[in-house]
Design a protein around this ligand. Structure first.
Ligand code: SF4
Length: 360
C-alpha cells in the first residue's frame, strides 16, 4: 500500500527567472477546474491512510483562501495518525488567513520559498518578496503553532559573491527554523535566465559556496542528513526520506510524478490536457537492475547511506555482489560500510556523481 503522496499545484502569481517547472500564471476559474480534476485523481489513487503528504508547486498559496481550503479538505479523510503534512508557501502570502486554514487541516510543516535575503538578487530572480516579509512570515507561522519550518536557498546566482552567500547563510541560521534545503542554480533553457543567456557560477565558486554552507550550517546546529538538506532538532523531512529510501509514492496533479513497485510515472505537464483528460500518466517501467541502481543513486545521497540488509531483502541480491566492481574501486576511499550501511565518506560526498557513474 502506498502511504505517501506528492500533490503539485501548478499556479504562480509571478514567474521566477530561473524556473522551468510545470506552472502557469494563476487564473481563478482555471484553478477551480483544476481542483475538480484533482479531486477525481486523488480519490482514485489514494487507497490507504497517508503517513506523509507534501503539497508543492508552483505556489500552493497562490490559490485564494476558498480554493486552498477546498484543496486541503480533499485530503482530510486520508490522514494517518501523526502524518507529516508539508505545504510549500511563498513568504509574501503567509498571512493569518492562510495559517488558520493550515491549522484547520492539520498542516504541520511549511516549506518556504526564500531563495535569498539579498534584495538585488531577489529582484534579479523576479521573486516578489523581500527579506522583511520572510522574517514576518516565519514569526507568524510560529505564532500559529507551526514550528517545523523549512526554507529553500539558492546559490550560484548571477552576480552572487561568496560573501553575499555567507550573509544569506548567516540570516538563515539566525531564524527560528528547523530545516534548510540548498539548491545550486542550474540555467534551464526555457527559463527567463536561459533565454537571456545568463551564465551559471563557475564550478570553483559553486564548490566553495557548497563547502562553506556545509561548515556554516554545521556550526549552527544543522545536521547534513542528505547532500543538500540540513535539519536541526532532528526535523528531517519524512516525506523526502520516502524518495531517498526509494519507496513508492503517489504523484497527484498536473506536472506531478509518482512511483510504484515496477516503475515511475509522470503526469502530463500540459494543464489543458490535464483539465480535459486527467493525469494521462506516462509510465516508465523499470527492470530490477534499473531499480537497484536507482535505489543506490537515491540512498547514497543520505548521510546514513543504504541499509544493506534491507536492500538484499528487497531485491533478493546483495548490493555487495551486484555492484562488486564499483565497490572494489571506491570502498575505503569515497565509500565506507559501517554498521551494515553503505555510505559516502567525507570526501566521497563531493564525488557522488563520479561514484554513481561506476555503479551505472
Ligand atoms: S520557482 Fe516556484 S514560485 Fe517561482 S515560478 Fe517557479 S514554481 Fe513558481
Amino acid at each position: 500500500m502506498i502511504t505517501s503522496a506528492y500533490v503539485h499545484v501548478p499556479f504562480c502569481r509571478s514567474i521566477c527567472a530561473y524556473c522551468d517547472f510545470a506552472r502557469w500564471m494563476y487564473q481563478e476559474e482555471t484553478a477551480w477546474e483544476w481542483l475538480r480534476q484533482l479531486e477525481r485523481e486523488a480519490a482514485e489513487k489514494i487507497q490507504a491512510p497517508l503517513t506523509t503528504l507534501y503539497i508543492g508547486g508552483g505556489t500552493p498559496n497562490a490559490l485564494t483562501a476558498a480554493q486552498l481550503e477546498a484543496l486541503l479538505a480533499l485530503f482530510d479523510r486520508h490522514h494517518a495518525p501523526g502524518m507529516e503534512f508539508t505545504l510549500e508557501a511563498n513568504p509574501e502570502y503567509i498571512d493569518d488567513m492562510f495559517l488558520s486554514i493550515c491549522a484547520r487541516h492539520g498542516v504541520n510543516r511549511l516549506s518556504i520559498g526564500v531563495q535569498s535575503f539579498e534584495e538585488g538578487l531577489l529582484r534579479r530572480m523576479n521573486r516578489s518578496h523581500d527579506a522583511a516579509q520572510i522574517e514576518a512570515a516565519i514569526a507568524r507561522a510560529r505564532a500559529h503553532g507551526i514550528e517545523n519550518l523549512s526554507i529553500d536557498l539558492i546559490y550560484g546566482l548571477p552576480g552572487q559573491t561568496l560573501d553575499m552567500w555567507l550573509a544569506d547563510l548567516q540570516k538563515a541560521t539566525a531564524l527560528p527554523i528547523t530545516h534548510i534545503s540548498l539548491y545550486s542554480l542550474t540555467i534551464e533553457e526555457n527559463s527567463a535566465f536561459g533565454r537571456m543567456g545568463v551564465l551559471a557560477a563557475d564550478d570553483e565558486l559553486e564548490y566553495q559556496m557548497y563547502a562553506a554552507a556545509i561548515d556554516d550550517l554545521r556550526a549552527h546546529g544543522f545536521v547534513q542528513y542528505e547532500v543538500a538538506n540540513f535539519a536541526r532538532n532532528q526535523a528531517v523531512s519524512r516525506h523526502n526520506l520516502v524518495y531517498w529510501h526509494y519507496e513508492d509514492f503517489h504523484g497527484i496533479g498536473c506536472g506531478a510524478s509518482g512511483k510504484r513497485p515496477q516503475g515511475r510515472y509522470d503526469n502530463t505537464r500540459s494543464l489543458q490536457r490535464y483539465l480535459k483528460e486527467g493525469p494521462c500518466e506516462e509510465w516508465t517501467p523499470l527492470s530490477v537492475e534499473e531499480q537497484m541502481f536507482e535505489a543506490v543513486m537515491m540512498g547514497l545521497r543520505l548521510r546514513e547511506g543504504i541499509d544493506l540488509e534491507r536492500f538484499a531483502g528487497r531485491y533478493h541480491k546483495r548490493l555487495e555482489d551486484h555492484f562488486s566492481t564499483a565497490l572494489q574501486k571506491h570502498l575505503g576511499n569515497d565509500l565506507v560500510i559501517e554498521d551494515g550501511f553503505l555510505k559516502t565518506s567525507e570526501q566521497g560526498k563531493f564525488l557522488l556523481h563520479d561514484i554513481l557513474v561506476d555503479f551505472l
